[in-house]
Design a protein around this ligand. Structure first.
Ligand code: SF4
Length: 236
């Protein structure tokens, strides 16, 4: 995998989209793109790594897990075209960080205000489960993204324990001091690194939102608090 530093976020996004470092994930994402789901037979699937989405000078970053096979892997944009994205972007809209509540395709006009959305693994994995090796291979993209965002970044919201475990070493590699032992993931937890506040939030997966483990109110609470800490003019 090419670890040359990227010139900027746009360059990084372009390089991520061309990555083929994980053979199992390359095969899976491309097979899903070929076979499709019945409801999306008319779509030309993206079928490539999905880069982060949002402004290059974001003050807040949301870190998920990985794109969904028929969501981001279909539309080419993070959390776009699936139920998890519906929940996330509705909440971002509710707290004033998005211009619209819906997210259906890469050209639907969605804009994020001061916040960027990314993942520690950029390719859709089978059963939503990347291997530890795939997670570690993809980390260098997250490290580069963090380094590029560092001048403006004040807050990170990590969705779920997988993202938390994947992101903490990336913060260290990108130059922040992470306490040892590493802080444990919990919903609502907040950890201060030097100049960066880290929030834990349950993932917006259907397993959490359908069961009420994560409610829209809980999500708005974390995002609204994080936006306030980041100095973003959201509404709460
Ligand atoms: S998961 Fe990350 S490192 Fe692996 S192929 Fe996709 S973009 Fe590349």
């Amino acid at each position: 995998m090419d670890s040359t530093p990227s010139a900027g976020i746009a360059d990084l996004d372009q390089r991520i989209a061309g990555c083929r470092a994980c053979p199992r994930l390359v095969e899976w994402r491309e097979e899903v793109a070929r076979t499709k789901r019945a409801a999306f037979t008319g779509w030309t699937y993206w079928g490539r790594p999905v880069p982060g989405f949002g402004p290059a000078d974001a003050r807040m970053l949301i870190v998920g897990l990985a794109p969904a096979a028929h969501g981001g892997n279909r539309t080419g944009r993070m959390f776009t075209g699936d139920r998890s994205g519906d929940v996330l972007y509705q909440a971002l809209y509710d707290v004033g960080l998005a211009n619209q509540p819906g997210s259906v395709s890469a050209d639907d006009g969605l804009e994020l205000h001061g916040v960027r959305v990314t993942a520690p693994v950029h390719c859709a994995p089978p059963a939503n489960k990347p291997t530890p090796e795939e997670r570690d291979t993809c980390r260098s993209w997250l490290v580069q993204e963090l380094r590029l965002l560092r001048p403006t970044l004040r807050v990170v919201v990590v969705l779920g324990a997988f993202g938390w475990q994947a992101a903490l070493p990336a913060f260290t590699e990108a130059g922040w001091s992470v306490p040892r032992p590493r802080p444990a993931f919990a919903h609502g937890t907040r950890v201060s690194l030097d100049g960066l506040d880290l929030f834990g939030c349950f993932h917006v997966s259907q397993r959490n939102t359908f069961t009420g483990r994560l409610t829209p109110e809980m999500l708005r609470e974390v995002l609204g608090t994080a936006a306030g800490v980041a100095g973003l003019p959201g509404r709460n």
